[in-house]
Write a protein that binds this ligand. Structure first.
Ligand SMILES: Nc1ncnc2c1ncn2[C@@H]1O[C@H](COP(=O)(O)OP(=O)(O)O)[C@@H](O)[C@H]1O
Ligand SMILES: [Mg+2]
Length: 359
């Protein structure tokens, strides 16, 4: 056979070895980059091991940055280390009422005689069972709960515990009922977004779990990592890895190439950007304003304008910022080859007027 088909996937071949590793719920053995947060949480739980009550915790941070994963890791360790402390994990998006939360507690405690019992009765049971030992009670997505009083009840009625509340919204805590807030007196632990390097590390690890070794083109992976770093949500990266892999398979390609990532991005409608608030970086704003104030121009000329306006004179840094702006959808960079200046990119501002209002 000639070279024409040698790069093609055979009918029964797949690029995926373990696609489950791209599921959001998949728990990698190693939780990287969150050591500080995990130690801080562990410290709040520690008193329980000595038979005292623990400290309460609120975890705050944007979606998709490892909050749930971090507590799941802690629960796993707890489970391995002791039988004295009851671990409970409940997601308030599903368990959004006091009754559902109490039922969740019963289930975690293996108490099954819940039929026909009222919330108060069930809570008495929970109290009796947990107060014999101690508990770590995690209420994930706590802002989705309809009745906040359940938090108060847990604080008041359970003696030896650490209550861990998780929310994507910083404001949630300040808007919480004063009475609950003062009794909760939590340690607030912030989960900042991952850096580009960390994002890349996390996605690389998942890629290695999920795909046939070596089937990802470097540039294609870079695209996924950049996009994920720009939107600051690891889930976006996981979906892109999967969809790009599917796109490559659909085309019968043995390698996942940049064009397959493009297909995945189009499918996910990630080409456009949510809002200019995403521009966290002052320098990026400066560059964007310059690009906005003129027609398409060569990247070198834009750089001159930028340094002329007092911008950072390191060209590599500038290139990286252009790239980020492109990933976020604010700039279009068009490669042109063989002109008077050799290869260059033409940069233009992307008019998103309509798209911006659509969000
Ligand atoms: N440090 C990390 N190492 C490996 N995977 C991570 C890490 N942080 C996040 N993830 C993955 O990213 C996805 C989103 O994380 P998750 O904990 O659900 O975010 P959050 O609860 O903050 O919204 C999950 O699939 C998770 O496995
Ligand atoms: Mg979560």
């Amino acid at each position: 056979m000639g070279t024409l088909f040698s790069n093609m996937l055979k009918g029964d071949e797949s690029l995926f070895t373990n696609p489950d590793a791209l599921d959001f719920e998949f728990q990698p053995k190693l939780l990287k980059y969150r050591e500080n947060q995990q130690f801080a949480i562990a410290n709040c739980i520690k008193p329980l091991f000595a038979g005292r009550t623990g400290r309460n915790v609120v975890l705050v941070g944007q979606p998709g940055i490892g909050k749930t994963l971090a507590v799941k890791h802690i629960l796993k360790e707890l489970d391995e280390q002791t039988d004295e402390i009851v671990p409970v994990y409940l997601n308030c998006w599903q368990k959004n009422t006091t009754f559902k939360i109490v039922m969740g507690l019963c289930e975690a405690l293996n108490y099954r005689l819940t039929h026909n019992k009222k919330t108060e009765e069930l809570f008495e049971v929970v109290k009796r069972l947990i107060n014999k030992q101690g508990a770590v009670i995690i209420l994930d997505e706590i802002d989705k709960v309809d009745e906040q009083d359940v938090i108060y009840t847990l604080i008041e009625e359970i003696y030896k515990k650490t209550i861990i509340l998780i929310t994507n919204h910083k404001e949630w805590l300040t808007e919480l009922d004063d009475r609950i807030q003062s009794r909760l007196a939590p340690e607030v632990i912030d989960f900042p977004p991952y850096t580009s390097k960390e994002t890349e590390g996390i996605l690389r690890q998942r890629l290695e779990y999920a795909f046939v070794s070596g089937c990802w083109d470097d540039e294609a992976f870079r695209k996924v990592a950049d996009k994920t770093a720009a939107v600051q949500d690891i889930r976006t990266g996981l979906v892109l890895l999967r969809e790009a892999g599917n796109a490559a398979e659909d085309k019968g390609s043995r390698k996942v190439m940049p064009e397959h990532v493009d297909t995945a991005m189009q499918k996910l409608n990630l080409v456009s950007v949510k809002s200019s608030d995403d521009l966290d970086n002052e320098e990026e704003k400066k560059i964007l304003e310059l690009a906005q104030s003129s027609q398409e121009m060569r990247i070198g000329d834009l750089f001159k304008k930028y340094t002329g306006a007092g911008g950072n004179p390191v060209y590599k840094t500038f290139q990286r910022r252009i790239k980020r702006l492109e990933t976020k959808g604010f700039l279009v960079a068009k490669k042109v080859t063989g002109g008077a200046d050799g290869t260059t990119s033409l940069i233009s501002y992307r008019n998103m007027g309509k798209k911006l209002t659509e969000f």
